[in-house]
Design a protein around this ligand. Sequence first.
Ligand SMILES: N[C@@H](CCC(=O)N[C@@H](CS)C(=O)NCC(=O)O)C(=O)O
Length: 226
Amino acid sequence: MLEFYYNPRSPMARRVWVTLLEKNIPFEPILVNLNGSQMEPEFLAINPFHHVPVIIDDGFRVIESLAIMDYLEAKYPTPEMLPKEAQGLATVRMVQMVTNNELLPQIITQLYEDTSSPKVVQAREHINKVFSFLVELLGENSYFGSDRLTLGDIVVGGAISLLVQSGISLKNYPKLNDWLDRLMQREAWSKTELNQEEFEQFKRVLKILRDRKLNQASSKAVTSIT
Ligand SMILES: N[C@@H](CCC(=O)N[C@@H](CS)C(=O)NCC(=O)O)C(=O)O
């Protein structure tokens, strides 16, 4: 059976988790505690970059959430979640890339900086720009790039639900608000949504991981100039 290495508080793992549930693919969940066990040799042999999610399917290992989702779509094509026609496909890819490149970095600022700091003000402006762009992309469709759920919805849905939990409102974006409600009514989404306590845990773990990354980057910089 397909093995799914995950942590329930990882937004990247949630993308894959929701895809597995929406496609009704049987899987064995393997919990990776992100408290250091991702650095153990056994897990590093599976993913040398110490990240969840990872899947192993028929002996084939896939890392990187977007690559895993593409793999699942190709191997388990029903229900179809990646439109084949040009505009639908491009829309899904735009949504995925804009989420990773424009939205996720702002979420980090939004979560950890003081709400009155200029960084948060800038982050909110950028988030609003992304929201307006998403409304345009959604158009009259129920989902991004299609009238059925797509891999674009899964990626941006996870990010926007985190933003809403962190206090960002969609009230100025009624179409986006309705779209998020549609997602959250689906079983795969309610099952994988964090409750408030889990959300606070997620923030603590993310802060530890982020500080560790920043420390590694600064000690590398010191080594390279000494
Ligand atoms: N680009 C990767 C990022 C995965 C990622 O950042 N995973 C985090 C959890 S959300 C993780 O496992 N962090 C553990 C660590 O950095 O040691 C993907 O999309 O799969």
